[in-house]
Ligand binder design. Structure first.
Ligand code: SF4
Length: 590
């Protein structure tokens, strides 16, 4: 036994003893997770010699005989040590949280005690404290599965090295990208440091994306401090993708700065088909437009992912939405998703995947597909997906050098429900205050007088959104009747507004058309007033006003004042409403 192995064995016993004294459930772990029991009995193989490694390429557990890689664990906090040993189990989370101080290892190492039993190759003893690093991926299950699975199930199967799985199963998923921002980043970092140690290192500095975007252009000290915290952490950890902003006086002198995370993730090539992206923001589901499994998580989970690259996820069942028919020229994807949410309600897709297919979806460009997936969470959805196609692949050209592998639902896949829409028959809609499912036809709200219009956010602040608004202003040739605020999602969108010609305008850019229509000058890219933010946030509703907005939420207080009234709408409807001062169906101008 080498000194290292002896140390590990000692550590193991310390861990076992430590585990027995831990409260049940552990305070850092949700009760749902703590009650999960998984016994690694479905494969009983011989593990390699005791080993310890912090090498990121080292698999978790690799069987000498069949070469399968194991990542299954069991959580049994309440068992006494003797039973823990007798049962030869792996208490993953308990070891993870309980061991850090005893081991004192670097943070890409989240220690687990491995004790396996194999009938053929008996090895009935504690083997090692091993480093659960990212295993090399098994081949995609695309086209090779024996039973039907949906896209979401396939992505999760691939990412958990499973050949099949069922909705409702809890699985350990290997994460491809973890995103956090200035609001949740400090909390995530705090949990990471607390649980892994103050000198801990993240599991993979190239798979973490940190994006300041929410409360940026403000003098609020706490907001500014948040950005300082994520900057310090990014420097300390040498995070490869940190889109910093240092000079708040002029965003253009910050070449690394992007803007709203979900749009930046897409523009910077982090949204790739077949992968898993988690983010500390509920609209992370935006990336489902690329056929990626993307969902929002809390700070505690993100802290765990930061240290291990893994997360325990429950496989959601999938609802399918079939959108067929030619899209009328006065509709945008925002109308489609508001229509759907109005149909199924804000709880209609709770912890379900929403898969969007059909000829209409295929005709949408990537930014419109993002709008569709962005608001999945407004229906309670776990994630949304659009099958990747040539439009997807073309968008990704030049944005990523990483290989990706799209997956698609099998014909025999089981969907929990199916909704069909003939898009050609739909009309422009809005979501009235104070819920995204409070759907109404735009023309039914023509008597609603408004105080302002806001065009921006991850949902409605992309280049195509501004192009759509400009189209309405151009067609009308009129000036706006209420203050109209324009907040590009990212620096790239901002540049597009000043450089791309609007089709049919004779070469005019969006910025020129907006200026002629009397809109405010496009603001610095960020989340802006979508989330209210500090009181000095641009376009924040500091008074009880009525606003038509291309954002995604209209709860009381969402854009500032708690008595503000927000009508969620497409960029077409928002621009048309700006021209009349009332909620207006864009067909009046298009
Ligand atoms: S733009 Fe709004 S919805 Fe999107 S990430 Fe920012 S605050 Fe959230």
């Amino acid at each position: 036994m080498t000194c290292g192995t002896a140390l590990l064995s000692l550590s193991h016993w310390l861990l076992v003893l430590g585990i027995s004294s831990l409260p049940h459930p552990l305070p850092e772990i949700s009760s749902a997770r703590a009650s999960l029991f998984r016994v690694p009995t479905h494969h009983r193989h011989t593990l390699p010699s005791p080993s310890f490694s912090s090498n990121p390429s080292t698999p978790l557990h690799s069987c000498k005989n069949c070469k399968r890689i194991f990542s299954d664990y069991i959580i049994l906090y309440s068992l006494p040590p003797v039973l823990l040993m007798a049962a030869t189990i792996v208490p993953a989370h308990a070891a993870f949280f309980g061991a850090k101080k005893e081991i004192g290892a670097r943070a890409s190492f989240s220690p687990s005690i491995s004790a396996h039993r194999c009938r053929k190759h008996a090895l009935n003893k504690v083997l090692a404290v091993m480093s659960p690093t990212q295993p090399s991926r098994a081949p995609s299950t695309t086209g090779s599965v024996k039973h039907g699975m949906t896209m979401t199930e396939k992505i999760l199967a691939k990412s958990s090295d499973r050949s099949k799985l069922e909705p409702g199963e809890n699985i350990w998923v290997n994460i491809d990208v973890l995103m956090t921002h200035d609001v949740c980043g400090p909390g995530t970092i705090g949990i990471f440091k607390k649980e892994f140690g103050k000198n801990a290192k993240v599991w993979d500095r190239e798979k973490i994306v940190i994006i300041p975007d929410h409360y940026i252009f403000t003098s609020d000290e706490r907001a500014n401090r948040n950005v300082d915290i994520i900057r310090d952490f990014a420097l300390e950890q040498n995070i490869k993708y940190f889109y910093d902003i240092k000079d708040l006086s002029n965003f253009k002198v910050n070449p690394d700065y992007k803007g709203v995370c979900h749009v930046a993730l897409a523009q910077e090539g982090h949204c790739r088909p077949g992968e898993v992206l988690l983010g500390t923001d509920s609209h992370t589901c935006n990336a489902g437009a690329f056929g990626q499994f993307a969902t929002g998580i809390g700070n505690t989970d993100a802290g765990f992912v930061m240290g291990t690259g893994k997360l325990l996820l429950k496989v959601p069942p999938t609802m399918q939405f079939v959108l067929d028919g030619e899209m009328p020229h006065y509709l945008l994807a925002k109308d489609l998703i508001l229509q759907i949410i109005g149909e199924i309600t804000v709880a209609g897709a709770t912890y379900k995947s929403m898969e969007f297919v059909g000829s209409t979806v295929e005709s949408l460009n990537m930014e419109e597909r993002m709008t569709l997936c962005n608001m999945v969470v407004e229906a309670g959805g776990k994630n949304g997906v659009v099958p990747p196609d040539e439009t997807t692949f073309k968008y990704l050209e030049g944005k990523t050098s990483l290989n990706y592998e799209p997956v698609y639902s099998d014909e025999s896949a089981k969907f929990i429900s199916e909704y069909r829409f003939d898009v050609s028959k739909l009309e422009p809609v809005v979501a009235k205050p104070h819920s995204p499912d409070n759907r109404a036809l735009a023309r039914e709200c023509k008597d609603v007088k408004i105080d302002r219009v806001y065009i921006g956010s991850c949902t409605g602040g992309k280049t195509e959104d501004f192009m759509a608004a400009a189209k309405v202003f151009l067609a009308s040739g009129k000036k706006v009747k209420v203050p109209t605020f324009l907040v590009p999602a990212t620096q790239k969108v901002w540049m597009d507004l000043y450089s791309l010609p609007v089709p049919g305008s004779g070469g005019k850019t969006c910025s020129q058309i907006f200026e002629e229509a009397g809109c405010d000058t496009p603001a610095s890219p960020s989340c802006g007033a979508c989330l209210g933010g500090p009181r000095d946030t641009y376009a924040r509703m500091n008074e009880p006003m009525v606003c038509v907005s291309t954002t995604n939420r209209n709860f009381p207080g969402r854009m500032g004042h708690k008595e503000g009234q927000i009508y969620l709408a497409s960029p077409y409807t928002a621009a048309a409403s700006a021209l009349t001062g009332y909620v207006t169906d864009p067909r009046e101008f298009l």
